[in-house]
Each structure stands twice: as C-alpha cells, then as structure tokens.
Design a protein around this ligand. Structure first.
Ligand SMILES: Nc1ncnc2c1ncn2[C@@H]1O[C@H](COP(=O)(O)OS(=O)(=O)O)[C@@H](OP(=O)(O)O)[C@H]1O
Length: 436
C-alpha cells in the first residue's frame, strides 16, 4: 500500500511544487483577510457612517436642489428599510401607492368603496413624487394644533406639508366656477381629470417656498414627501364656510382632526397672540386697530356679541351651504372677519357644516384640555385612528413655547392681562361668555 496521501502524485516533491503550494497558501490567507475586513467594515465604520449621514442630513436640510430631493428620498428609503418596510413595494408603510396621475387615483377612488392607499404622484410639471395628506388638522386656531402636528411628525412614517397651507379656504381661482354649490352631491359633477388637476395643485403646496427663517425645516419636509405620509394643519379650515365643500369635492376620503378648546381660553389666546406680535402684517391694520376692531373692549362683551350676530348669522341656511353659491359662501367667510375671534369660538355651526359634508367617522374631535394633560396619549390616539403603524410617541416640546404672557406689548390697557393671562374687566375674572 502506498503510504503517501492520495493527492500526492508521484514526483510531487519537486521545488516548483512547494513554490506553488506556498503561493496558494498565501493567496488563501490574503483573501480570507480581505473577506474578514469587508464583513467588518460596516461594524468598524458605524460611527463614521452615522456621522456622515448626520452631516448629509444637515446638508440636505439647507440645500434646495433637485439632487437634494433625490438623495433625501434614498435616505428616507433607508429609514423605511430599517423599519422593516420595503419602500419600493409599500412606500409609507403600505399607506402610499404610486399612481401615474392624480386623475387615475380620483377615478379609482370614485369606483371603489374599499379603503385605498394614498396616491404617490409626480404632480403636473414636477419630478418629485408627492402625495396628499393622510390627516388634516382643520382647527381650531389656538387649540394646540401646531403642537399636535409637530408631535405627529415624530412618527417615523410621517412628514408634513408646510404648516398652514390654507389650500381650501383661499385662492378661489383654483376651483371650478360652479353656479350653485350646495355641497350636497354637486361634487360628483367634477370629472376625475378636474379633480386630478386640483389635487396636483394641492400636492404642489408642499413645494412652496417658506419664509427664509423656516426654509430649512420646510425643505426637509418637502424632500421627505416622497416616502412619508403627510399631515396637514390649517386651523382656519374649520371656520371657512367654503372649505368643507371644496375639500369634499376632491378629497372624499379625508381624515379630519378638530381640536376644540374652551372658547374663552381660545379667544384670549388669540388676543395674546395679536398683542405679542412685534410687527403688524404688512398692508394690514396696526396692532392697536386690530385689537379694537376684532376684540371686544373691556366691559363691552354684550354689545360686541350683538354686533357680531347682526353681521353674521352662523346658523343661516346660506352660510351652511343650502342653496348657496360659492360666492355666497365666500361672502359669509368675509362677514366673519370683523368678529373673527368670537366666531372662531362658535364651534357648533362650524362642526355642523363639516358633518353635512363628511361622514362622522371621518372627523375626530379632540378636547384640547384633555390633550394638554395627556399629550403623547392623544397623539397616539390620532395616529391609530388614522391607521398609522403603532409608535411610541415621546413628547416633543419643540413647538410649545407657551403663551407669550410676558411679552405683551399692548400698553394702553395695562389691566388686560392682570389676572394670569385672562382679561380683567370691571368684574374680577370677567370673561367673554359671562360678562355683563
Ligand atoms: N402641551 C401643551 N400644554 C398646554 N398648552 C399648550 C400645549 N401645547 C400647545 N398649547 C397651547 O396651544 C395654544 C397654541 O395653539 P395653536 O398651535 O393651535 O395656535 S395657532 O392656531 O397655530 O396659532 C397656545 O395657547 P396659549 O398659551 O393659551 O396662547 C399654547 O400654549
């Protein structure tokens, strides 16, 4: 029996043979080393990868080029993959689906009673894929809406439109000029093409330039639109007689959130907001004029309410949409301007208008007093109601600066806020609903 190993061929002891063996051994060791290094790189370099990614995000937040959007989209995809979601197949955790146009989505939406994913579309004339909101916070002003929106944005799948785009309560030219606008079925007359064009404009509001100081945050949001689920907050919508009809025409499946605040607290919060402004809006009245025109002077709540009732009848048929033209609804909106702080607190007529147009299951009403006490729980309720995947919200105080009680500039009425922020009239702690 040959005692040599089977692989050894006769004559294998030649010097060349040994040289070959050594070369092969060196190559094997070297390739194993390279393999090991390759597999360790992500671990060894994790810190610097994170740093680079953070720098990248920082750069993205300040850049505004198209390339920036694309790279942010890649980042967002990675974020979704970390969450175990394949961004290509089910963008936005399955809540979004790519369509070739908003008109296609409108057609599918009108032919189906099933829940549909939101459309992800490149609006007319744009390259970026954008969507329409999953959640729209429609009011009320000073209800804590900014903070609610801000906290919803901390959900990993959520991104925001610029705050307060007010698409449905202004710029009447975007909408078709219907003679009558009852909102009771007229919306069905709009073709999918017409709806698609309006939705395209609506989605484009995500791309609007913000005020310079807000630009980075806005652009970050804009870039994330491609894979995120959008939350819009425009607290004036609830007040607008025309907004529910317009919105229903193009967003029959909308999910609307209303945060109601004690009307008196809301009123004084608005008054404080005006008083704390350092500069009046350009082309608008002075702060003093605004305060004396829109709010009731101390001790004159009764006259103020009477005048407001005369100027606007919130329960009148016309302002509720019955047999109203779009011009009627627009005029009702304008009539509210003078006594706006009072009208904003008359919630019943506002809600009634929205409930005439949308099913109650589509409107979530929240009590802000409850929200202020249990903030994260409330945010989680809103997220769950809207169908977002579960997420543990941590309170983000970013936007909550509190009332500007210390900064009030309205010196002509030093007693206005003597009592911890509430207006003090002739009677101690007089408030709008109990005075006189
Ligand atoms: N967590 C929490 N706790 C208590 N109060 C809170 C909270 N978050 C927001 N707020 C109060 O909400 C008011 C601002 O509401 P909005 O963001 O809706 O205002 S706005 O319509 O956007 O101008 C404003 O009310 P006032 O302070 O009374 O003016 C905020 O202080």
């Amino acid at each position: 029996m040959d005692p040599r190993p089977a692989f050894a061929k006769p004559g294998s002891k030649s010097p060349w043979n040994w040289v070959c063996r050594i070369v092969v051994a060196v190559l094997l060791v070297a390739s194993a080393g390279v393999g090991l290094v390759i597999s360790l790189v992500p671990l060894l370099d994790h810190g610097s990868t994170l740093r680079a990614s953070a720098q990248h995000e920082g750069a993205l937040a300040t850049s505004s080029s198209g390339g920036f959007r694309d790279s942010h989209r890649t980042l967002e995809k990675r974020k979704l993959q970390v969450l175990g979601v394949n961004a290509d197949e089910s963008a936005g955790g399955g809540l979004l689906k790519q369509y070739t146009s908003f008109a296609k989505y409108a057609l599918e939406s009108s032919n189906s009673s099933d829940p549909l994913p939101l459309p992800l579309v490149a609006p007319i004339g744009e390259r970026s894929l954008l969507s329409i909101p999953l959640i729209t916070i429609i009011g009320v002003q000073k209800g804590g809406t900014t903070n609610l929106r801000r906290n919803l944005l901390t959900h990993p799948l959520v991104t925001g439109m610029p705050n307060e785009v007010h698409f449905f309560d202004q710029d009447p030219d975007i909408y078709p000029k219907l003679g009558h606008w009852q909102g009771d079925g007229r919306e069905k007359e709009l073709s999918p093409g017409a709806i698609g064009r309006i939705l395209s404009e609506y989605a484009k509001t995500c791309l609007e330039e913000g005020k310079p100081k807000k630009k980075p945050a806005w652009h970050k949001n804009v870039a994330a639109m491609s894979s995120g689920v959008i939350v819009e907050s425009s607290p004036r919508y609830i007040l607008s007689p025309i907004a529910p009809y317009r919105m229903r025409m193009v967003l029959p499946r909308a999910k609307l959130v209303v945060v109601l605040r004690d009307p008196t607290d809301r009123y004084f919060s608005q008054l404080r907001m005006v008083m704390c402004k350092t500069e009046p809006d350009p082309g608008y009245m002075s702060l003093e004029e605004q305060i004396s025109t829109h709010f009731h002077p101390p001790g004159q709540a009764k006259g103020y309410i009477k005048r407001a009732e005369a100027a606007y009848n919130p329960y009148g048929e016309r302002c509720r949409g019955e047999n109203a033209t779009s011009a009627d609804l627009w005029n009702c909106f304008k009539a509210m301007a003078t006594h706006n702080p009072l009208h904003r607190g008359l919630y019943a007529d506002q809600l009634e208008r929205w409930f005439r147009v949308y099913d109650k299951s589509q409107i979530l009403v929240i009590d802000s007093a409850e929200m202020f006490v249990n903030f994260t729980e409330t945010v989680a309720v809103v997220a769950e109601w809207a169908g977002l995947p579960e997420h543990e919200f941590e309170y983000d105080k970013h936007e909550f600066k509190g009332a500007c009680r210390d900064k009030i500039r309205y010196h002509n009425q030093p007693d206005f806020f003597a009592d911890g922020g509430r207006y003090v009239g002739k009677k101690k702690r007089a408030c709008l609903l109990s005075v006189d």
